[in-house]
Design a protein around this ligand. Structure first.
Ligand SMILES: C[S@@+](CC[C@H](N)C(=O)[O-])C[C@H]1O[C@@H](n2cnc3c(N)ncnc32)[C@H](O)[C@@H]1O
Length: 212
């Protein structure tokens, strides 16, 4: 499938190819997207590739249409989830408090041709989350570990039945997010499991399905 990205000015793309034409459109193929992800210069904050792939699979398999990522960093998770949201005809809102991360994340979203599907919001998630309108069916929490419960409680009233919440680093940062883990353990509205899709960081992700 070809994705056409229409822009108003001449822009050079990350693939270093000459796909700029007179109509000011950039064509990004699925193969180019996968190449971009393969060559992505991940920083330590980024999700590991297998974790990012699990996120992508969960988004697509669940048919999620409206997602939130808390903590974008440079966008490795966002572009992986964005591919699935695009396939679902959905949208992802990713939030980061660091202006430099937001800038790089926006550039990466644009380079991979996902700017119609992924919106990068600059701000403190604890302030941004209450302002997001409508219901959501997918959430990836990956910012300050000690604030996971606060992020979750800000999003919880907006979660649809069937929504999936994914929390990163639930093994190595368990002590920092103990209140969140205990809260979720007791919450009968969610079925839950911890998965270790990647051993790169010797960590795991909590997966929570809202069943009622
Ligand atoms: C582990 S990184 C996110 C990695 C990203 N999810 C990925 O898949 O590559 C955590 C990010 O959370 C951001 N962050 C920390 N506190 C935040 C807050 N209160 N609101 C929004 N973002 C925050 C940091 O700036 C950092 O970029």
């Amino acid at each position: 499938m070809l994705m056409l990205l229409f822009i108003g000015t001449i822009v050079f793309n990350q693939f270093g190819t000459s796909n700029i034409n007179a109509a000011d459109s950039i064509t990004v193929t699925d193969e180019q997207r996968e190449e971009f992800i393969k060559n992505f210069k991940r920083i330590g904050l980024n999700t590991a590739p297998d974790d990012a792939m699990i996120l992508r699979i969960l988004v697509q398999a669940s048919g999620a249409k409206r997602g939130i990522e808390v903590g974008s960093a440079t966008g490795y998770g966002a572009i992986n989830m964005g591919i699935a949201f695009e396939r679902n005809g959905g949208h992802l809102y990713t939030i980061d408090v660091d202006p430099q991360m937001v800038k790089i994340c926006r550039e990466n979203v644009k380079k991979i041709g996902l700017e119609k599907t992924v919106t990068v919001i600059e701000g403190d998630a604890l302030k941004v989350l209450p302002t997001l309108e409508g219901e959501f069916d997918f959430v990836f929490i990956d910012a300050l570990k000690r604030d996971y419960l606060k992020y979750f409680q800000a999003i919880s009233p907006k979660l649809k039945k069937g929504a999936i919440v994914v929390a990163d680093n639930v093994i190595r940062s368990a002590n920092e997010m103990r209140d969140f883990l205990d809260f979720m353990e007791k919450d009968k509205d969610f079925e839950k499991v911890t998965i270790r899709a990647s051993m790169e960081k010797n960590d795991g992700m909590g997966i929570y399905l809202k069943i009622r």
